[in-house]
Ligand binder design. Structure first.
Ligand code: GDP
Ligand code: MG
Length: 699
């Protein structure tokens, strides 16, 4: 037994653990509502603190740290954990103790981090959480043996049910000591010698604490990156020493990156073998069997693309009826308002500006809801993580790994959450590449543009009996965006942002039955955002556009002449020479201009200008189909024009909100400006090529 009498009182304690091990649940159980949320200085990582009170002793400040798999890592979240445990962060005192939260049903994976934390030398206690799940799956953990092997107290908890939290509180008040069993993992002697030498040198030169010196030495020795990145303020003498070490270890044939990881895992396996029965990996569970298919080299990819195709087909076919209903709703509204108002500008503003502009966009609500319905099912069931796993191979062929695919998949909904999800990517270059290409994935704001063009110009033929041509075109558009994203990622990795990707461990969360409630909430939230945009920004732009498309008024001439005479008509005519090579006329030019900062405005713009032009007879779809180019006498819109417009919208960066988020995430305007530029050029060049090829083929 250790002498508890001389252990110092604990004032600050940090909760550390893998993602999803129940840290936040335990944090809430310990601190109740006495919480404060902020940010760590200089980074976008959330800092969460709370106060734990109990009858056994004074208040203790508890810090809920971000989930991490390793301390030797470099994603912003994980870096914060390592820095906090070294006391290197301003206004965050070095914790007096660490509560290591461990998912008992996943002990082996979780103990990896525990071994690193023990090595840090802070007083530690292990909260063996989710013990209910471990027991339910027939696993027994010998608490005493585990505690002996780790050299720290182990307390079983079920954070969700507030079980074991009192024992945890009592243990904290009694005081903790650092583990006596640090550095039990074994690497070859030569490697160990270099590690010790380097940490000695670091504590001498930089006056690092032993823990900090050891941590830094490990970081340096296992760094797969060249020394000049990420270790900016290293003493030149140490730099030289490390470079020598690299040569020595390379000469010995030691893989610097994996040697420490493997050593630690060997130790973890031994600990598990002694404390856990039956051993965790006996027999394949149902979930393992399902995974064998869903993450299969070939079938996994086939299933992924089949699911995506099904999703887009369904978005199209299920949305048709509700869309027609909404459309006719707006038509009757327009008729009612039209007959109630006396003829004049106000009448026209209401009919052509407000109702057709907003109506054109709102009609697409059913498709948006369906998209989020499917995405939410894929996410909640646990399939998304499998998709990322399957795509790891494809992603690595462009120099990224599967982790980058999750942000890209979320970008199907919207690039903004996608870009925020890149925070989990360790390698800063990989993260930047993912940020740069994510907006190429077709987001929900493009859907109305695609749907409008497809409905008007792609005939609803059936293909092989099961597919419909519109559905196939939609799939092709999403696939084009994805291919463009992969191609650009490859290009950036080869040129601008060269670098190696680290191997990584991907976690496959358990399968879950998606709850209808959470899917419903998700659809409601996204639908509400969409409608709110239609009622505010799009309404405003539609009204403004109506004015600009009505004034100055020409006294005579056809309605097309009058539009051409107006402000937007002139703007469209002004840019027309630049877009004629893409097969676009000045009216499409108006749409391109008005949707420069928000893509779906294209649809409301078409609604407004075609209603003005047409003197509001019939639907805008028909008006677009009937529109004739006065010079050639041919239809202004052909199927080829429609395809060109869609290709342009797949590739162009028309979203101010995304650019603002990219600025925030990269801390400069340089990258969003670069992104805007490269996507615009890409959109222009590819659309031009598609138009030329289309003409050559005789469309
Ligand atoms: P964090 O990512 O570590 O902060 O994990 P959370 O606290 O968000 O918990 C992840 C999930 O595990 C939540 O759904 C919790 O309700 C659940 N959970 C937490 N503790 C336990 C536990 O002891 N037993 C079980 N069965 N579930 C738990
Ligand atoms: Mg949490």
């Amino acid at each position: 037994m250790t002498h508890m009498a001389d252990t110092p009182t604990i004032r600050h304690v940090a909760l550390v653990g893998n993602p999803n091990c129940g840290k936040t649940t335990l944090f809430n159980a310990l601190t109740g509502l006495r919480q404060k949320v902020g940010n760590y200085p200089g980074v976008t990582v959330e800092k969460k603190e709370g106060i734990m009170s109990s009858n056994d002793g004074p208040d203790i400040i508890v810090l809920d740290l971000p989930g991490t798999y390793s301390l030797i890592a470099s994603s912003p979240d994980e870096m914060v954990v390592a820095e906090v445990l070294l006391g290197h962060i301003k206004h965050t005192p070095l914790p007096d103790a660490v509560i290591c939260v461990v998912d008992a049903s996943n002990l082996e994976r979780n103990l990896y981090l525990v071994s690193q934390i023990i090595d840090h030398g802070l007083p530690t206690i292990v909260a063996l959480n989710m013990i209910d799940l471990a027991e339910a799956s027939g696993v027994t953990i010998d608490i005493r043996k585990l505690s002996d092997a780790l050299g720290v107290p182990v307390i079983p908890t079920v954070a969700k049910k507030n079980k074991g939290t009192d024992a945890l509180r009592r243990a904290l008040h009694k005081g903790l000591t650092p583990s006596s069993r640090t550095m039990l993992w074994r690497v070859p002697d030569a490697v160990h010698k270099e590690l010790d030498e380097l940490s000695g040198l670091l504590s001498a030169r930089h006056r690092f604490s032993p823990a900090a010196a050891h941590h830094e030495a490990l970081m340096l020795l296992s760094s797969p990156k060249p020394l000049d990145t990420g270790h900016a303020n290293i003493d030149p003498e140490i730099r030289a020493h490390v470079l020598q070490d690299y040569q020595k270890l390379d000469f010995l044939g030691v893989d610097r990156f994996s040697v420490f990881i493997e050593a630690r895992y060997r130790w973890v396996k031994e600990v598990c073998a002694s404390a856990v029965s039956p051993s965790l990996r006996t027999g394949a569970s149902t979930s393992d069997k399902v995974d064998a298919v869903l993450t299969h080299k070939v079938w996994g990819v086939v299933i992924f693309f089949a699911l995506m195709s099904f999703m887009f087909q369904m978005i199209f076919s299920w949305a048709e009826l509700p869309m027609n209903l909404i459309g006719s709703g707006f038509a009757s509204l327009s008729a009612a308002v039209g007959s109630a108002l006396p003829p004049g500008d106000f009448h026209d503003l209401m009919i052509n500006g407000v109702i057709s502009g907003v109506g054109a966009v709102v009609t697409f609500l059913p498709q948006i809801l369906l998209l989020f319905f499917f995405l939410s099912l894929l996410e909640d069931s646990g399939y998304m993580a499998r998709a990322a796993y399957v795509m790891d191979r494809i992603m690595s062929s462009v120099g990224l790994h599967g982790k980058s695919f999750i942000p890209m998949l979320s970008s199907f909904a919207c690039a903004i959450p996608g870009i925020m999800a890149t925070r989990t990517i360790e390698n800063p270059k990989d993260r930047l590449v993912t940020i740069l290409v994510s907006p190429l994935m077709s987001c929900s704001a493009r859907l109305p543009v695609y749907a409008l063009m497809i409905a008007a110009f792609i005939p609803p033929l059936s293909v092989f009996g099961v597919f419909s041509l519109p559905g196939i075109v939609l799939i092709a558009l999403f696939a084009t965006g994805m291919l463009a994203a992969l191609a650009m990622a490859w290009t950036f990795k080869k040129t601008l942002l060269k670098g190696i990707s680290l191997p990584f461990l991907m976690e496959l969360p358990p399968y879950k039955m998606p709850s209808l409630k959470s899917t419903g909430i998700h659809m409601w939230e996204r639908g509400f955002i969409f409608l709110k945009k239609a009622g505010t920004i799009i309404l405003g732009i539609s009204i403004m556009l109506w004015f600009l498309a009505t004034y100055p008024k020409a006294d005579h001439g056809s309605s097309s002449d009058k539009l051409a005479y107006s402000f937007v008509g002139r703007a469209g005519k002004f840019i027309e020479p630049a877009i004629v090579p893409l097969g676009f006329d000045w009216k499409i030019g108006i749409g391109l201009l008005s949707s420069l900062l928000q893509r779906e405005v294209f649809v409301s713009t078409m609604g407004t200008i075609y209603n003005i032009e047409d003197g509001n007879t019939g639907s805008m779809r028909q008006a677009m189909q009937r529109d004739v180019n006065p010079v050639t006498g041919r239809p202004a819109f052909t199927a080829l024009t429609a395809v060109c417009i869609m290709v342009y919208y797949v590739l162009a960066m028309q979203c101010l909100s995304t650019l603002v988020v990219v600025r925030r995430e990269t801390n400069s305007w340089k990258w969003p400006m670069f992104q805007f530029a490269y996507m615009s050029v890409l959109a222009y060049v590819v659309t031009f090529a598609v138009y030329r090829v289309g003409l050559m083929l005789g469309y």
